[in-house]
Design a binder for this molecule. Structure first.
Ligand SMILES: O=C(O)[C@H](O)[C@@H](O)[C@H](O)[C@H](O)COP(=O)(O)O
Length: 225
């Protein structure tokens, strides 16, 4: 199991500054292009907003590809959409066309119907390995839309349709193998409850435990109380 490196901050503003600076340096120093899988949810928005500001002052316009770790199967303009969250948080850089979003959605009726087409898009438009993935974690230990009790794929890159256990919302998620194909893993969580969940995830066999067990790189946990 790869070590977890905890980076602890007094508040989320300090956490966002540190992570976005590290992120911007990866972008700045990768002239061939970099790619990132990004979590949605309520936690990471300030990190994306700070990166947007850093991109606005960056001279190098190195190619950047973004993909959601998972997307809710809703209209783009729906406030629940993770891709919509990225567009709202990264407005300046979106306007300046500084990055390309590879969408996890299409006009299909359900994620189940769309999986094959989305997978073909991911395979065609994303590099083999991400420069970094930015994950959140639910209080139940889920990452992306890999929820407790769902079968975990260990060698199939195929994206997967999922249903949120509480909201019953349809989701499309990157699979664990595709998420693990990365040079860096950033897990961004807040509060003591989530830190405790993470620290007991392996014994409780939570979805995040598969990440801890199978990661091919160190896991950087960015945490504040
Ligand atoms: O679509 C989503 O909701 C995310 O991708 C999901 O995996 C999220 O990271 C966790 O549910 C934590 O969400 P919070 O940051 O809102 O606690």
């Amino acid at each position: 199991m790869r070590p977890i490196q905890y980076h602890t901050f007094d508040n989320f503003t300090a956490l966002s500054e540190a992570l976005s600076q590290q992120w911007a340096e990866i972008i700045r120093s990768t002239p061939g292009g970099s790619s990132f899988a990004l979590a949605g949810g309520t936690t990471p928005a300030p990190v994306y907003q700070r990166l947007d500001e850093l991109l606005a002052h960056m001279d190098q316009h190195n190619p950047i590809k973004l993909v959601a770790t998972d997307e809710r199967w809703v209209a783009d303009e729906d406030q629940q959409s993770n891709e919509g969250l990225f567009r709202r948080c990264l407005q300046k850089s979106a306007r300046d066309k500084r990055w390309q979003l590879v969408s996890l959605k299409n006009a299909s009726s359900t994620p189940e119907v769309a999986t094959e087409a989305i997978d073909a898009r991911l395979n065609a438009q994303l590099p083999q390995a991400f420069s970094a993935i930015l994950l959140g974690m639910g209080a139940d230990g889920h990452i992306a839309s890999l929820f407790p009790g769902a079968p975990v794929q260990h060698d199939d890159l195929t994206c997967l349709a999922a249903v949120h256990p509480q909201t019953r919302q349809s989701r499309m998620s990157l699979s664990l193998p595709r998420l693990l194909n990365t040079q860096r893993i950033w897990l961004v969580i807040t509060g003591q409850e989530k830190r405790d969940v993470l620290e007991h995830a392996v014994e409780a066999n939570l979805p995040v435990a598969a990440l801890l067990r199978e990661a091919g790189c160190d896991i950087d946990v960015f945490w504040c109380p």
